[in-house]
Design a binder for this molecule. Structure first.
Ligand code: SAH
Ligand code: MG
Length: 949
């Protein structure tokens, strides 16, 4: 397809957020967004205008103009704006106040190194000033707690808390040394150097990272802030992460004394003497979390005489690298570590703390896998899977690919993904494929009946359409390009283009996470298929620890691989009445399920995960393979029970509410996961929904009527439906009185055939019972086989139908089928229908969604999506004409073009285009016997002598 690229515009999204050095005149909201992204949450409320208060004596308050107030929730604080006439002014005001309050550096701040040093010293002095002790700042809590510390440590402030909890200091340090951004140890070093110049302050000793005031606070300042603690001791649940990988991660309870300092408690737990021995990481996990990793700091004296760039080097640490802790923080952590959610916040003067369970630890781990983040967003860790394709927005469940990708980048401490949208103008009436080499179709004399397909090139253009492609780039925090995904496919909507590109990146990353030991060659191959280009050097730098963390490789199970390779059969026990309603590809299934851990020896069960209502798209790998396999065999209302081998334990522990119980079960080898699934509902695939919603009667009905007309007209006695699917055509034909005596269906889908057999069987028997039935049907047969292969039992029928089938085959197979059917099956009349690709503009313009294209090369320059993701191609009118005309000419048939939905002479033609092939009467040659099909169901009329076909 040729894009008419008359108007190309580039839009970059997310770039400014990724590039802090490019600060122009940003609004306060933009500055807040740069810093907090999605973590900033604005809530606007309507308020009474206080200047026009209720008039005394008046019963009804004067209704003044509406005023708004905005509350801005940030991880570090909540800010309330003044009142404004306009909502957006209220929001900007809240953002402005937040910038002031949090000391966020605005665009004007661009100090020289000397100025930055002065500012740093100034800020440190400010923190130690009398006034700060009572200010509502997360750090002031540490200053107050320091005054309660025991004997020698009384009043000592660990430098680490200054480095970590004061945003302003972090920001100033960046101007002294940009590396300070990701390295709190370096910030600590800079703070100590700045403090050394302040005569009021002193470093405690050359062994400790602590500062204290030479002149104590005046007693009245101290007494005003020192309240009686309202607790004696708080238990805080934390997680202990040992450095050696073979030691298990375990929950622990710390007891923080009312008169003590929580960092001292953590220090002792880590085997150190006091708070300043502890290194505090940045926050990890969710946006609003206070979760941090605590580990041991290197010895002070090792840092004193080294130059700044060397600070990060491992040699200064005594312990070995803690891979698990480092993986979470994106910083190097040495020795044993503690994961805890504790600290002082903007919101309260009391110590904040939150239990960190083993489950939250494993959820954080799972969240770092692209598919894990998606599973968690669906709250279905043991059920959901990252879908293969962004087929339609309406079939997507859980967080959207673009959001999942952002989350992924945040969790891995990468820059926000940068999207570039390219817009192309496309004129659908010009320059369509095939029109260049258009062939004159052989048309029968009575062609004008329902219009000719050749209207294609003479009709009015529909007007040009704007379509979009989207490129995504992922950068490290230091702006190295890690990977880039540039799909060729166009989309009618910008967001679809972004979602689709994001999903490609996620899919590829996910394959890597599940096979971290994959060869570079394989990675490249997979990347190429997904239009991804990556820079191995930067990629492996960022994801170096993955293979230690996510051990899928040795732990592969049924849930994550094809169960066909397993020795053990996959037994599904299905119960309940067969309702006949089964899901097919593209439909939405709604299930309820419950999953438990099951020990075979003593039948011990531990409930893990369940859902009352869980939707997913069939055929898009949106759930784990065994769940999809079970659902594919069920009808609505039925339940299934099955057991599978265990997935990697991180998934199980991420859902286990009772970790201790689960761990003890897991330690015994004979455990399995038991699934109970009930299929509640099935929603038709999009193509059908669209055909039903937009056409009256529905397109499928119109196709049946079209076939009926030709049956009547030709007084056909025998009919074969090629690719009969679940038998909708055969079934519908039975509702009308026709000349048909013998009907046959062929399909390769046994599932569809089983459904067809079921419905035809009951319908035919009902017809037989009803006296007034004028049905002449004597026999009906369903065959399992491919329509590309000839079977002599279907030779020389009066009419052959092949409705909406060829587009489900590869293009060359569709051509092969054409030759086989006309040369060997040789029906008197053959009716072939397939979607008219040009009509998609209308379908997709009115429906709020479209379909994902194939990755196939020939479809890459595609402007509209296909109607169904199972379609291998969709032809324009001229492509269809070319195929049908050539085919007819080769086999001496005539061909006529028609269609249903829309009209021949109105652009863009019919929704479903149809070719009617006719064999000249005397042209039926004899054929050899061939039996390639397997009859899977046969029906014959009991009161008539049965004739073998
Ligand atoms: N004709 C039906 C079904 C259309 S769906 C209707 O109009 O409702 C397409 C069908 O083609 C599917 O059931 C699929 O199994 C079948 N099909 C695809 N390739 C086939 C092949 N090579 N041989 C037989 N059937 C095929
Ligand atoms: Mg189809």
């Amino acid at each position: 397809m040729h894009h008419c690229t008359a108007a190309v515009k580039m839009t970059e999204i997310g770039r400014s957020a990724a590039n802090p050095s490019k600060k122009s005149s940003l609004t306060p909201k933009a500055i807040i967004h740069q810093r907090f992204g999605d973590k900033a949450c604005y809530k606007v409320e309507e308020v009474q205008d206080s200047t026009q208060d209720v008039c005394p004596g008046l019963a009804i308050p004067q209704k003044g103009p509406c005023l708004y107030r905005c509350t801005l929730h940030l991880p570090e604080a909540t800010i309330v704006s003044g009142t404004f006439r306009r909502k957006k002014d209220a929001e900007q005001s809240a953002a402005e106040k937040a910038i002031e309050k949090l000391g966020i550096c605005q665009k004007e701040y661009n100090p020289t190194i000397q100025e930055a040093w002065d500012d740093l010293a100034g800020r440190v002095a400010f923190l130690f000033a009398n006034e700060f002790l009572s200010s509502p700042h997360p750090l002031s809590g540490h200053f107050r707690a320091a005054l309660r510390r025991d004997g020698d440590f009384n009043g000592h402030i660990p430098v680490s808390v200054i480095a970590v909890y004061d945003a302003k200091i972090g920001n100033i340090c960046k101007y002294i040394n940009p590396a300070a951004e990701a390295n709190s140890l370096l910030v600590m070093l800079l703070v100590m150097r700045a403090a050394a110049k302040l005569t009021d302050l002193a470093l405690i000793s050359d062994k400790q990272f602590s500062l204290w005031r030479r002149n104590p606070y005046p007693p009245e300042v101290v007494s005003s802030v020192m309240q009686e603690p309202n607790f004696a001791s708080v238990p805080i649940e934390v997680i202990h992460i040992p450095a050696p990988l073979d030691k298990t991660v375990e929950p622990l309870t710390l007891h923080v004394n009312a008169t003590g300092y929580y960092l001292d408690t953590i220090a002792r737990q880590l085997g150190m003497s006091e708070a300043s021995d502890v290194l505090i990481s940045r926050t990890i996990g969710k946006a609003t979390s206070e979760m941090r990793i605590y580990s041991s700091a290197p010895k002070r004296n090792m840092l004193d005489h080294i130059s700044e760039p060397q600070v990060k080097e491992a040699s200064h640490f005594e312990g070995s690298l803690n891979a698990r802790a480092s993986y979470f923080t994106g910083q190097e952590v040495y020795g044993d570590a503690i994961l805890a959610s504790v600290g002082y916040t903007w919101k309260s003067t009391d110590l904040f703390h939150e239990a960190v369970s083993l489950r939250s630890y494993y959820r954080m781990l799972v969240n770092k896998i692209p598919s894990g983040a998606y599973k968690i967003s669906r709250e279905a860790i043991l059920t959901a899977n990252l879908p293969l394709a962004f087929t339609t927005k309406s079939n997507w469940r859980g967080s959207f690919p673009r959001d999942t990708l952002s989350t992924f980048c945040r969790f891995h401490h990468l820059s926000e993904p940068v999207f570039s949208i390219q817009s192309n103008l496309l004129d659908p009436s010009l320059d369509l494929p095939g029109s260049r080499k258009k062939l004159k179709a052989m048309q029968s004399s009575k062609e004008e009946k329902s219009g000719s397909g050749l209207a294609a090139t003479t009709g009015d253009p529909v007007g040009s359409i704007e379509v979009f492609t989207c490129e995504v780039k992922i950068h490290s925090k230091s702006q190295e390009l890690i990977l880039q995904c540039s799909p060729q496919e166009s989309h009618r909507k910008q967001t679809d283009a972004m979602q689709s590109a994001s999903l490609k990146v996620l899919s590829w990353l996910n394959i890597f996470f599940e096979n971290p030991d994959m060869s570079l060659e394989k990675m490249n191959l997979l990347a190429e298929k997904l239009d991804i280009h990556f820079t191995p050097r930067y990629f492996f730098k960022e994801f170096a620890l993955c293979h230690l963390m996510h051990d899928f490789g040795s732990n592969r199970t049924l849930a994550y691989s094809d169960n066909a390779n397993e020795n053990e059969p996959f037994l599904i026990d299905i119960g309940g009445q067969n309702s006949g309603v089964t899901p097919s590809n593209g439909s939405l299934a709604c299930i309820s399920y419950s999953i438990s851990l099951f020990r075979e020896g003593d039948c011990m069960k531990e409930h893990l995960e369940s859902s009352e209502e869980f939707d997913f798209e069939i055929g898009n790998e949106a759930v784990l393979p065994h769940v999809e396999a079970a659902v594919a065999q069920m009808t609505v209302g039925q339940s299934a029970n099955f057991r599978v081998k265990l997935p990697p334990s991180e998934f199980i522990l991420a859902v286990a509410a009772n970790s201790a119980e689960t761990l003890s079960l897991l330690s015994s080898r004979s455990c399995k996961l038991e699934y109970n699934v009930t299929l509640l509902q099935v929603t038709e695939p999009l193509e059908e929904r669209m055909e039903q919603a937009l056409f009256s009667p529905p397109l499928s009905k119109q196709r049946v009527e079209f076939a009926l007309e030709h049956i009547k007209e030709s007084s056909a006695a025998s009919l074969v439906d090629f690719g009969c699917g679940s038998g909708s055509l055969l079934d519908s034909l039975l509702s009308y009185p026709t000349s048909l005596e013998k009907i046959v269906g062929v399909d390769i889908s046994q599932r569809a055939l089983a459904r067809a057999a079921k419905s035809l069987h009951s319908k035919l028997n009902r017809l037989l019972d009803s006296k007034e039935s004028s049905s002449k049907i004597k026999s009906a047969v369903l065959y399992d086989g491919s329509i590309m292969k000839y079977d002599s039992r279907l030779h020389g029928f009066d009419i052959g139908t092949c409705l909406e089938v060829i587009e489900h085959m590869e293009e060359q197979d569709a051509c092969l089928f054409g030759d086989v059917v006309l040369s060997s099956f040789s029906p008197r009349i053959l009716i072939v229908s397939t979607p008219n690709y040009e009509y998609n503009v209308i379908l997709q313009g009115s429906a709020p969604h479209g379909q994902e294209e194939d990755l196939d090369e020939r479809n890459q320059a595609q402007s509209c999506k296909f109607r169904n993701h199972d379609h291998k191609f969709e032809w324009t009118r001229s492509q269809f004409n070319e195929w049908a005309s050539g085919l007819a000419a080769r086999h001496n048939y005539s061909v006529e073009f028609s269609g249903v939905g829309g009209a021949a002479d109105v652009e863009p033609g019919f929704a479903s285009q149809i070719a009617i092939f006719r064999r000249p009467e005397d042209n039926l040659k004899d054929m050899e016997l061939a039996k390639n099909y397997v009859p899977i169901w046969e029906w014959s009329r009991q009161d008539v002598t049965h004739q073998e076909p």
